[in-house]
Design a protein. Structure first.
Length: 142
């Protein structure tokens, strides 16, 4: 099933392709301070694929904090938090803010609170390689 989404202004667009039904997807509520301030419902599925497309490289604002093992993707124009990405050599993995999807209301699972504070940077990257969604970035800043 394909799902389309975007930030509020449309400068960053999302195409998600997953074989699992929306109501069966697992949603997380990461307890880090960044995710709590956005009240993010986080989505990842290692068997899915996502393409995140920027109208132009200036549409993308990247933010890092803590261990700086990932980057938060925020629209530079409308301020919507879109996704968290891990650049892993040639590969990219992401967790989506599921509420950026047009059909977000189909994702009805209650969120699981998740605390990752005790992880080392190495453990964190290893978990993301296993659990995050393989991702293609288009129109992205270098
Ligand atoms: Zn925007």
């Amino acid at each position: 099933m394909k799902h389309a989404g975007s930030c509020h202004c449309g400068a960053i667009r999302i195409e998600l392709e997953t074989s699992r039904a929306p109501q069966d997807q697992v949603l997380g509520a990461c307890q880090c301070s960044f995710c709590r301030k956005h009240n993010t419902r986080a989505f990842s599925d290692p068997s899915a694929k996502v393409v995140i497309t920027a109208d132009n490289p200036h549409a993308v604002q990247l933010y890092e904090f803590g261990l700086k093992t990932s980057k938060q993707v925020i629209c530079n124009r409308c301020g919507v938090y879109v996704a968290m990405i891990l650049i892993d050599g040639e590969r990219v993995f992401s967790v989506l803010n599921i509420d950026t999807l047009d059909d977000r209301a189909l994702f009805t699972q209650s969120v699981e609170a998740r605390v990752y504070d005790s992880e080392s940077a190495t453990e964190r990257i290893e978990r993301r390689r296993k659990r995050w969604t393989p991702t293609t970035l288009v129109g992205w800043p270098n």
